[in-house]
Design a protein around this ligand. Structure first.
Ligand code: CMX
Length: 435
């Protein structure tokens, strides 16, 4: 059976021809007009990027290479005795569009375990960070520093030919993903005083090792949660801040460590990945104000007070989605199966029955429904991972899968430097003065 790299080596020339044919046939076709509001409106809905791993439908949610989350849960290989997909298989799917065999997934687990060690200077860098430095800042620092050993940066400095870029970018991407559990584990241990880190077990899958490094390796349900969590947070097409940032920075031929370090800085924003931390902070604050087991009326009042204070309700709304996020639903199913009686899960459910109506009544948000971040924190909290400032790091571990897959394809297909056109308000006024 071919390895992932061998399979890619076969697919890349085919895809180069496929893109050529697509451009020859459709290259001059229009998506419709670009209007001035696109420039002021955060480019919502503006078709601007190629992203092969996933496409997001406003109503249906994400599909990874055409497959919905329930389809991935069904089709991708599982760990022995497990029922959630192994993220190794999802990475294979994102990269190739193909469902790997269980053996291919096992080989990938082994390959990542073999690459998992981080350089000593990165360990020291993390150990010297003050525990008050946000885990996402530490994460981004460490990932950026991995560029010290980038195969692509080295090959580029030695004059590698364009057509060969994808090889070292693939190696860097594999190293990047493989090293994230050790980085995340070290940050968790340093910031929250968890003591010495266990080492990677080369016989275990990626999520199992991640769970072990966080101190939860003996809890099979938590390991399953990590498998699901990493699968569903991996990719959400190309326009979201982290994915787009990774692609943009990669387009300057910055190596995957630099590109993904930049992506993490975007994920660390409260309107994006940090929302999973914000949700828990918000729920806890609500409990401290209105008490536990509060009435629907009290919760509704609290949601209104958040809006009236000029704040957003974290975990609700989305720039593209217009229905409940299937990533929320997948986590809800997990909770119903593993922790139906959890009191915080009950609160999350209660909030789900109240917030959409309030947001609709407030009349601003285009999507009143919950997104992925409304649910992840309650699952982590249930198993004892209660340090909310750490939650976005886990999102980041997962997001590397989607960003890395696209970086490999971008370099394989010779994607150009990104350089859209900007205008000033004065230049727009002048341009349209008499139109
Ligand atoms: N609570 C309160 N107001 C909200 C809202 C929410 N959850 N969602 C949107 N709105 C407001 C917007 O702030 C905006 O207000 P202004 O006109 O005053 O600027 C208005 O409704 C219209 O916004 P929109 O077009 O519906 O949404 P955007 O595409 O601009 O923003 C998002 C999308 C996700 C940033 C927004 O819904 C939000 O802030 N949600 C809360 C934060 C969150 O959960 N982010 C995580 C998203 C998923 C992820 O990336 O991880």
């Amino acid at each position: 059976q071919p390895t992932l790299k061998e399979r890619l080596a076969v697919l890349i020339p085919q895809e180069i021809e496929n893109v050529k044919a697509t451009r020859a046939e459709h290259g001059k076709k229009s998506f419709g007009p670009v209007v001035v509001d696109h420039l002021y409106g955060g480019m919502r809905g503006l078709p601007a990027l190629i992203w092969d791993g996933s496409v997001l439908d406003a109503d249906e949610g994400i599909r990874f290479r055409g497959k919905t989350i329930p389809e991935c849960q069904k089709l991708l290989p599982k760990a022995p005795g497990g029922s959630e997909p192994l993220p190794e298989g999802l990475f294979w799917l994102l990269l190739t569009g193909e469902v790997p065999t269980p053996e291919q997934v096992t080989e990938l687990s082994k390959d990542w375990a073999a690459r998992a060690a981080i350089p000593e200077f990165v360990e020291e860098l993390l150990d010297r960070c003050p525990p008050t430095l946000h885990p996402m800042s530490q994460f981004s620092l460490a990932v950026t520093a991995l560029n010290h050993d980038s195969a692509f940066a080295k090959a580029y400095s030695q004059g590698i030919s364009k057509k060969d870029y994808w090889g070292p970018v693939f190696e860097d991407s594999m190293d990047l993903i493989a090293k994230l559990p050790n980085i995340a584990g070290r940050i968790y241990s340093n910031v929250f005083g968890k003591g010495k880190l266990p080492s990677i077990d080369k016989a275990k899958d990626y999520s199992h090792n991640l769970a072990t490094l966080l101190g939860f390796g003996d809890n099979e349900a938590f390991v399953e949660l990590m498998r699901l969590y990493i699968t569903i947070h991996s990719d959400h097409e190309g326009g979201n801040v982290s994915a787009h940032t990774g692609k943009l920075v990669g387009s300057a031929l910055s190596d995957p460590f630099l590109a993904f370090g930049a992506a993490l800085n975007g994920l660390a924003g409260p309107l994006h990945g940090l929302a999973n931390q914000e949700v828990l902070v918000w729920l806890r604050k609500m409990q401290s104000v209105i008490g536990e087991n509060a009435s629907d009326e009290a919760v509704r009042e609290y949601v209104w007070s958040t809006l009236k204070g000029g704040q957003v309700v974290p975990g609700y709304g989305h720039a593209v989605l217009r229905k409940t996020d299937p990533r929320y639903m997948a986590q809800r199913e997990f909770a119903l199966k593993h922790l139906p009686e959890d009191s915080l899960f009950k609160l999350v459910n209660q909030v789900y029955t109240i917030v959409p109506d309030v947001l609709l009544e407030a009349g601003k948000a285009k999507n009143p429904w919950p997104n992925v971040d409304a649910h992840s924190g309650v699952l982590l909290t249930h198993y004892g991972l209660t340090q909310m400032e750490f939650y976005t790091v886990l999102f980041g571990v997962s997001r590397a899968f989607g960003v890395a897959a696209q970086l490999i394809w971008d370099r394989a297909l010779g994607a150009p430097l990104e350089r859209p056109k900007s205008y000033s308000t004065a230049s727009i006024q002048k341009m349209f003065a008499n139109k």
